[in-house]
Design a protein. Structure first.
Length: 203
C-alpha cells in the first residue's frame, strides 16, 4: 500500500518537449506543463524480484498540487489531492482517509512532478539509457526514508516511466500511455466528496 501511494502521488503526465537530455526535459516539464492526463500500468516487484503484482488506471493533474489517480484493475482505488489534503478512498472497504498536503508530499515523487520547487528539493542526474528510455535520477536534498531511489524515464521527448524503490526494497514501476499535456480539466475533478455511508479516517 505504501509503495502504491508513493507512486500514485508521484504521477502527473507526459509532455512532448524539445530537449537536450532527460534532465532538461524534466525541468521543462515542471516549468511548462500546468495540467495533464494519462493512462498507466504499474508493476510492483518484491525485493528479490520473485513476486510481481500488476495494476492499471488513469490519472489527471492540475499544477500546483492537484491530482486525481484512479485504479481500475485489479481493484478500484481513488486518490485525490485538492491542494490542501490528499484523500484516499477504497470502494470495497467503504473507507476513506485524508492527510494534509504538506505532510503527504515533502521531497517525494509527487513534489518532483506536481510541485514547483524542483531545484530546491532535488538533485538531478542523467543516467544511462535503457532501450529507448533515457533516465533521470532524482535525489532528495533532505533525507527521506520512505524511498531508496527514484528515477524518471523519457522516451524520445515524452515522459515514459517512473520507477521507485521504497524503504523496504520493493520496486514499483509505472509505464505511461495516452498522455495529454495541458488539457482543460474541470475543477471538480480535484475535489473529493465522501460517499454516503463511508467511514473517514483523518491523519
Amino acid at each position: 500500500m505504501r509503495a502504491r501511494i508513493l507512486c500514485l502521488l508521484a504521477i502527473c503526465c507526459g509532455i512532448s518537449l524539445a530537449r537536450a537530455d532527460a534532465v532538461e526535459a524534466l525541468q521543462n516539464f515542471v516549468r511548462d506543463v500546468r495540467s495533464g492526463s494519462a493512462q498507466f500500468t504499474q508493476t510492483v516487484s518484491s525485493p528479490d524480484g520473485a513476486k510481481k503484482k500488476s495494476s492499471s488506471g488513469s490519472f489527471e493533474f492540475q499544477r500546483p498540487d492537484r491530482f486525481r489517480f484512479e485504479y481500475s484493475k485489479p481493484f478500484e482505488q481513488l486518490i485525490v489531492g485538492d491542494g490542501q489534503k490528499v484523500w484516499i478512498y477504497d470502494p470495497d472497504l467503504q473507507q476513506a482517509s485524508s492527510r494534509r498536503m504538506n505532510q503527504a508530499l515533502g521531497a517525494t515523487p509527487a513534489a518532483l512532478l506536481a510541485g514547483n520547487k524542483l531545484e530546491r528539493d532535488f538533485t538531478l542526474k542523467s543516467l544511462a539509457s535503457e532501450g529507448r528510455i533515457e533516465w533521470v535520477q532524482a535525489l532528495p536534498r533532505q533525507a527521506d526514508s520512505s524511498f531508496q531511489s527514484l528515477k524518471i524515464g523519457f522516451k524520445g521527448s515524452e515522459l515514459a516511466a517512473l520507477e521507485i524503490v521504497d524503504g523496504f526494497g520493493q520496486r514499483s514501476r509505472l509505464d505511461f500511455s495516452a498522455v495529454n499535456a495541458n488539457p482543460q480539466l474541470p475543477a471538480g475533478r480535484f475535489r473529493f466528496v465522501l460517499p454516503a455511508g463511508a467511514d473517514l479516517i483523518e491523519q
